[in-house]
Design a protein around this ligand. Structure first.
Ligand SMILES: *Cc1c(COP(=O)(O)O)cnc(C)c1O
Length: 479
């Protein structure tokens, strides 16, 4: 047996590279990353491509060379589809990927601290809880609030709605009489959450929006009155601080008052808009957010982190724990600490030590860099909004945050703008996405990548000018 163990050991040890081979792999990785970053400013934001090598690549018994793997990564992963890391990404809600976050991620993976449980990693849990406390203060929550760093806004929403369900005791006997209120502009991850956490049988009321796509509070109140008179139980109101389609901010404060009056749970989805609280003059716009019972924010949007970090904040921290904590025999050593463990605040037990990727940039860059970057994005969007009108485009409402809508007036408006969007995607220098508003196509410009600055917006305007000319000439319209 000893012989067998020793033979296996020789092969097993190849999983743990020697310092010399680590240094080589490290250098290759660093070279790759550096080349990627240095090309970024010139890289296309969108490239249609398929992945022939990757599709054929089988996992084999023998290992491969790092260079072979990096080569496929370069051509078929990093140069295919949307380049979400660069400043030319102006579609959907752009992400970021701060470089120092990558260092945090690397170290999180190297040391692999078990950050789900205080007993296993007091420092890791404290670090994440400190970030949560900072976020709670940012939204104006009391010290009794708590939250959870999740993989994104969708899982964060799941945690918020689970807590809401438990606090309001929605069970099979009352679920069909419980009512949820939101607008058609709500993010679809909340429709998913409603299903997943067992609220799919609730009555859902779509509250109309005004011309700026904000929830109409008078309609909300009317609907609540009607539902109460009909013997139903208003349960949950969901508002959005920065909708995905248009960047609209619902009247957060007014809805908070209504929610209080009708004793409902009040959830604010600030996945996109929440971090604009760091910009002093935007605080007024997000006023009342501290009155929400739960808030979702996406650091992988507004804090420019790599994908994989969302956050849920619950005003009543104990309610969050009560809705998620469970005990198990094999966990007894972990009990009896004051600090709340992430594992008691969401569905995950073992998890990525994602706090580090947020902790590094906040400490290394300092807050003023984030404030400036976010405020710059607001101005850049405003600038785009003004410039695009000079080209003869129609626009949506003035941007509340950093998203704006535009389309070209044409008798066959939808077909023309679809063709224009296709031309933009074929060009690929800058990426923009589209949406349907009342069934009609609008092109969106969303400014949130930390690498987007004035030259990128000017470049995007130039690309649109070129694409417009191309579509006009191919459709036979005179310039
Ligand atoms: C992005 C977004 C979400 C979903 O978050 P993920 O991080 O993509 O899971 C929810 N709501 C809004 C308003 C968003 O912009």
């Amino acid at each position: 047996m000893i012989e067998k163990i020793k033979a296996l050991e020789v092969i097993a040890r190849t999983l743990d590279p020697t310092p010399a081979s680590r240094a080589l792999l490290w250098q290759q990785t660093q070279d790759y990353a550096e080349e990627f970053l240095q090309e970024l400013a010139q890289s296309k934001a969108y490239q249609k491509a398929d992945c022939p090598q990757l599709s054929k690549l089988e996992i084999s018994e023998e290992g491969r060379l790092m260079s072979e793997v990096l080569d496929i990564m370069k051509t078929e992963i990093d140069h295919a589809g949307i380049n979400s890391t660069g400043g030319r990404h102006l579609g959907y809600i752009p992400g970021g990927a701060l470089w120092v976050s990558a260092l945090g991620d690397l170290l999180a993976a190297v040391s692999n601290r078990y950050s789900g449980i205080y007993y296993a990693s007091p420092g890791g849990v404290l670090l994440e809880n400190q970030l949560l406390r900072w976020l709670c203060r940012l939204v104006g929550y009391p010290a009794t609030a708590h939250g959870n760093l999740s993989s994104g806004g969708s899982i964060a929403s799941l945690i918020a709605l689970t807590t809401a369900r438990e606090v309001h005791q929605i069970r099979s006997h009352n679920v069909r009489k419980s009512v949820i209120y939101f607008t058609a502009q709500m993010h679809h991850c909340l429709n998913k959450s409603i299903q997943i956490v067992g609220l799919g049988e609730c009555i859902c009321r779509l509250i109309p929006v005004n011309q700026s796509f904000e929830m109409d509070p008078d309609h909300l109140r009317k609907q609540l009155d009607q539902d109460v008179s009909a013997g139903l139980a208003p349960f949950l109101i969901i508002a959005t601080a920065g909708t995905t389609d248009t960047g609209a901010v619902d009247p957060i404060d007014e809805i908070a008052e209504i929610s209080k009056e009708y004793n409902t749970w009040y959830h604010v989805d600030a996945a996109y808009g929440g971090f604009f609280l760091l910009v002093e003059r935007m605080k007024e716009r997000l006023k009342g957010i501290s009155k929400a019972d739960s808030i979702v924010m996406d650091p992988h949007k507004g804090l420019f982190l790599p994908f994989g970090t969302g956050v849920v904040l619950i005003k009543d921290g104990q309610a969050l724990v009560k809705a998620h904590a469970h005990e198990a025999n094999y966990m007894i050593d972990a009990y009896g600490f004051d600090e709340i463990s992430p594992a008691d605040c969401g569905p995950e037990l073992t998890k990525h030590f994602r706090g580090l990727r947020m902790w590094f940039p906040l400490h290394l860059h300092g807050l003023q860099a984030f404030r400036a970057c976010l405020e710059e994005k607001i101005f850049l969007c405003q600038y785009f909004y003004e410039e695009i009108q000079q080209l003869g485009f129609e626009v949506g409402p003035p941007p509340a945050l950093s998203v704006t809508l535009f389309r070209y007036p044409n008798p066959d408006r939808d077909a023309f703008n679809k063709a224009l969007l296709e031309a933009i995607h074929d060009d690929g220098r800058y990426f923009m996405s589209s949406t349907l508003i009342d069934g009609e196509i609008w092109i969106r410009c969303a400014v949130l990548n930390f690498r987007t600055h004035l030259p990128e917006i000017d470049g995007a305007i130039q690309m649109i000018t070129d694409c417009l000319a191309r579509v006009k000439s191919s459709s036979g319209i005179e310039l």
